[in-house]
Design a protein. Structure first.
Length: 160
């Protein structure tokens, strides 16, 4: 009975990860809110979660390892999201990750004008909010919750 419950929870996490990615792409491409570099990095844990959960559904041999990896993936997601939240709130300064332009060479006037035409999205600017919260804030909370759930599944694995 406990194994069925664990599989159900993993399926819910996978469905939520799919929903989160669809929402992110909807906000980006349909609502036209360009993501910053950290926003793009914050999508990686959801892709990894989908992959790992499918892997554990197909192969039951590495279930405990996959649960451990899922925990680490969502802890990473929570850390990146919290860092992004900190940049938005002014607790941290933007890093090289936030810098879209990495070219340090001498540029001509035309190249400079072309770069100025390109819109760059700063990690500290919140362009989209839900219930008054930035997506980084929401993602921090969700990643922490998913971290706790997957850690609980991992620690209770041998008890099943």
């Amino acid at each position: 009975m406990e194994q069925i419950k664990n599989k159900f929870i993993l399926i819910l996490i996978m469905l939520f990860s799919i929903f989160a990615l669809i929402s992110a792409y909807f906000i980006q491409y349909i609502l036209n809110h360009e993501p910053c570099n950290l926003c793009l990095i914050e999508r990686i844990p959801y892709f990894l979660a989908i992959f790992l959960i499918i892997l554990t559904m197909v192969s039951k041999r590495f279930e405990k390892i996959v649960l451990c990896l899922l925990s680490l993936v969502f802890i990473f997601g929570a850390m990146v999201s919290f860092y992004h939240f900190g940049i938005e709130q002014g607790f941290f300064s933007e890093s090289l990750v936030c810098s879209l332009e990495k070219n340090n060479s001498n540029l001509s006037k035309i190249e400079i004008l072309e770069q100025l035409k390109q819109t760059t999205v700063s990690c500290k600017n919140v362009t989209f909010r839900i219930f008054g919260l930035s997506l980084a804030t929401i993602n921090t909370i969700i990643s922490l919750i998913l971290s706790v759930i997957t850690i609980k599944l991992f620690t209770n694995y041998d008890k099943n």
